[in-house]
Design a protein around this ligand. Sequence first.
Ligand code: CMP
Length: 229
Amino acid sequence: MKLDVSDIISRSPLFEGVPPEGYEIAEQAFRTIALRPRQTVFEAGDPGHALYLIRSGKVKISHRNLDGREKVLAYLNPGEIFGEMSLVDDEPRSATATAVEDTVIHALYLEEYWGLVRRFPQVAHNLARIIARRLREMNHEVEVLTFEEARGKVAYALLKLYRHRYGEETPRGRSMPLTHRELADLAGTSRETATRVLGQFQELGLVAFESRLIEVRDPAGLENVLYDL
Ligand code: CMP
């Protein structure tokens, strides 16, 4: 289904509770940017004065460790926003944002953001809620990465993508374009470990996989692995 900008605005958590006449005003405040696969929106360390709403496609949020290895923090989907941290605290970008596939995003610059907030203060509260939700997720993630064994880490990474509705729904679950390397980077394990754990999960019927696709078939079963039930 192809959504236009007003559909995306009305579905985005940033505009929850905003009256419909606000959508049109918001639409005018956004600048549209089309990105090709692997095109960068900004790099970690860049100055930043805009947040972005994803209209279509997929955006990867990542950064590089000192040894040059990439750590993927998140894959974001239509309706989600990114770049809000620098907009709010005026610090450099905390991570790099890259289009994974053909992607369209809408940029909201600081001045237009303030214009919207003056008319619809709910937008600022919604942004605070999005940031709080992300912080909760991060606290949980730190716990998993600190205390969980490899199986828990891989289960958590798969569940995180599943809950973010990454990939496509299938009759048997959700099929996600993902290499073992990418899964390992998300889970904070080696590639070999991610592959070994995936093999175990496949035997248990929790997932199925082929070259660059991983299908989650039993999210409740993955939760059981994560919480050791
Ligand atoms: P900003 O720091 O402006 O630029 C990088 C953006 O990546 C950041 O704002 C957030 O929008 C997003 N981001 C940073 N860390 C995470 C994370 N752990 N999960 C999801 N998004 C993130």
